[in-house]
Write a protein that binds this ligand. Structure first.
Ligand code: DX5
Ligand code: ZN
Length: 222
């Protein structure tokens, strides 16, 4: 575990009723969580659609949660300003979006948001290594992105470990987030490998209030 960062359990809004997102955010905040993971999809980078900048703005008005915005967009550069203006606290973009990704990371920083870089399960950790000194968050996808409710990819534990080691060796300070199929059992394995932010959609939503708190407590995030 990276002792520099407190562990965070970040519920994913995608798992909630999309006609009642504000209610979900208020409930999540009242349960004592500090972060909300918000997935944005464009039907191109991933074969699904979710929310837009207006959703983020309306969530911002309803809760004080740290809005961890995960952009699954082929061309994130055209929308980062809109998401920053909507009140996103942190914006992550995927390394698979191509050669302009470094520029988009700088753009996010200049807009006053924290900066994240995400990588898909089949993308080697080496591909994000050049960016590790300039990000606040690395998002290790533990499912192929696009849908909630998929099974956690156990083979991603090694990738988390590698990234954690690079963080230690380089004396870097980014947070290490796992996203996809995370539940109370595999979250522990991820934590042991060095992760400190745990996105949980389906698993969190399916627990009762007491079990949600137990999940947060077990991760040291309560
Ligand atoms: C997947 C999204 C995830 C998703 C996680 O494309 O990036 O954030 O909401 O949901 P679960 O926990 O259900 O896999
Ligand atoms: Zn996500």
């Amino acid at each position: 575990m990276n002792e520099r960062h407190k562990s965070i359990l970040a519920p994913s809004l995608l798992a909630y009723d999309h006609a009642d997102l504000g209610v979900a955010a208020v409930e999540i905040e009242s349960e004592g969580r500090e972060w909300l993971h918000v997935d944005l999809m464009d039907g191109h980078f991933v074969p699904n659609l979710s929310f837009g900048p207006q959703t983020v703005a309306d969530l911002r008005a309803k809760c004080g949660l740290f809005l961890d915005v995960h952009l699954m967009l082929s061309n994130p550069g055209v929308l980062v300003e809109a998401f920053a203006k909507s009140g996103a606290d942190l914006i992550s973009v995927h390394v698979e979006t191509g050669s302009g990704v470094g520029e988009v990371l700088s753009q996010i920083r200049n807009l006053g948001c924290q900066v994240g870089i995400a990588l898909n399960p089949d993308t080697p950790a080496e591909e994000i290594r050049p960016f590790l000194g300039e990000v606040d968050l690395v998002v290790v996808m533990t499912v192929v992105p696009g849908f909630g409710g998929q099974s956690f990819r156990q083979d991603m534990i090694e990738k988390i470990n590698v990234l954690h080691r690079w963080r230690e060796i380089g004396r870097l300070d980014f947070r290490l987030e796992v996203d996809g199929g995370v539940n109370p059992e595999n979250a522990m394995l991820c934590q042991d490998a060095g992760a400190d932010v745990f996105v949980a959609g389906t698993a969190y939503r399916n627990l009762d209030k007491e079990a949600r708190n137990a999940f947060a407590l077990s991760m040291g995030s309560a």
